[in-house]
Design a protein around this ligand. Structure first.
Ligand SMILES: Cc1ncc(C[n+]2csc(CCOP(=O)(O)OP(=O)(O)O)c2C)c(N)n1
Ligand SMILES: [Mg+2]
Length: 323
């Protein structure tokens, strides 16, 4: 099996950009939680607080023309792939100005123009779409890569296995990014996974795998660059396993009674990717506050934008329905 090695180091300037982007996603999702609890947002919402380094590290390694497919926990991926916070927030408020014109909501954030094949309420649903896109790139001889984000729980789903099997068989330019947050809803890893090391999932298909700390954005970025390079160079797909932590409930409002006492507190203190990068960059309080103010301003502006948006018309409720 081919080995994929991590590439080079990341400049401090780039790390600072990563920091601002992760902070924006964090503040965006905290605002989403707040507005959901205030009863302003319809539907069911999942935030990825704690997993920001996965979204930013991978999406920043992409090149123009690359595409992603996301999951039910999609706000961070969508923002990191370049959709403006205004459009994401407007979608969560169900407004026409949203990415899916208010018809989709949190689990159906799409932005095909920016190479985002969409969030997915169906666990594992993004993987076959990714393989299809990657096959198209290969057949058209285009130097593009398709990336699937998914969770540890999704590796138990049939579409995961079918997708990895065909991707490896056809040697398509795809990268499979598994965000292993060790939970599938309220089910811990040891009650849903028969193996501990999820790279064995890839080994079963002869696919090279990389295994890195998903809380260290430098690691995530360097691995993603290498994985994308490998796939783009016609050497077939790569499985990129990121060990990460969901520093929140499965859904907004989840009482998390299933969590061992003290686990969340301890993880928040030791595994926050934003704190880790802040410490690595040795940011002063002023630098942090400046970045935080900017993030808050963008998020507040997105709420204003969304609230001032246009409600879809009731007579259009069945528009775009095909089944
Ligand atoms: C096909 C399918 N089965 C079950 C569900 C219900 N469900 C929603 S999220 C989830 C857990 C997914 O776990 P994981 O893939 O690890 O993602 P995480 O929530 O941890 O990000 C489940 C079982 C679903 N949406 N789709
Ligand atoms: Mg999970």
């Amino acid at each position: 099996m081919a080995k994929v090695e991590k590439k080079g180091s990341v400049s401090e300037e780039l790390l600072r950009e990563f920091f601002r982007e992760m902070l924006l996603i964090r503040r965006f999702e905290e605002k989403v939680e707040e507005r959901f609890r205030a009863g302003e947002l319809p539907g069911f919402l999942h935030v990825a607080i704690g997993q920001e380094a996965c979204a930013v590290g991978v999406c920043r390694a992409l090149e123009e023309g690359d595409v992603i497919a996301s999951t039910h926990r999609a706000h961070g991926h969508t923002l990191a792939k370049g959709t403006h916070p205004n459009e994401v927030m407007a979608e969560l408020y169900g407004k026409l100005e949203g990415t899916s014109h208010g018809y989709g909501g949190s689990m159906h954030l799409y932005d095909v123009e920016r190479g985002n094949l969409g969030a997915n309420a169906v666990v594992g649903g993004g993987l076959p779409a990714t393989v299809g896109a990657a096959l198209a790139f290969k057949m058209r001889d285009e130097p593009r890569v398709a990336v699937a984000f998914f969770g540890d729980g999704a590796t138990n789903i049939g579409t995961f296995h079918e997708s990895l099997n065909l991707a490896q068989l056809w040697q398509v330019p795809a990268v499979f990014v598994c965000e292993n947050n060790h939970w599938a809803e309220s089910t811990p890893a040891k009650q849903q996974l028969p193996i501990e090391d999820l790279t064995e999932r890839a080994a079963a298909y002869g696919m090279p795998a990389m295994h890195v700390d998903g809380q260290e954005i430098e690691e995530v970025y360097a691995s993603a660059v290498a994985a994308l390079d490998h796939a783009r160079g016609g050497r077939g797909p790569v499985f990129l396993l990121l060990e990460t932590y969901r520093l929140t409930g499965h859904y907004v409002g989840d009482p998390q009674v299933y969590r061992p006492k003290g686990e969340l507190q301890e993880l928040r203190e030791t595994q926050d990717p934003i704190t880790k990068l802040r410490e690595k960059l040795e940011l002063s309080d002023e630098e942090f506050e400046q970045a935080d103010r900017e993030a808050h301003e963008l998020v507040e502006a997105s709420v204003e934008f969304a609230k001032a948006g246009t409600d879809p018309r009731p007579e259009d409720a069945l528009k775009n329905l095909y089944a």
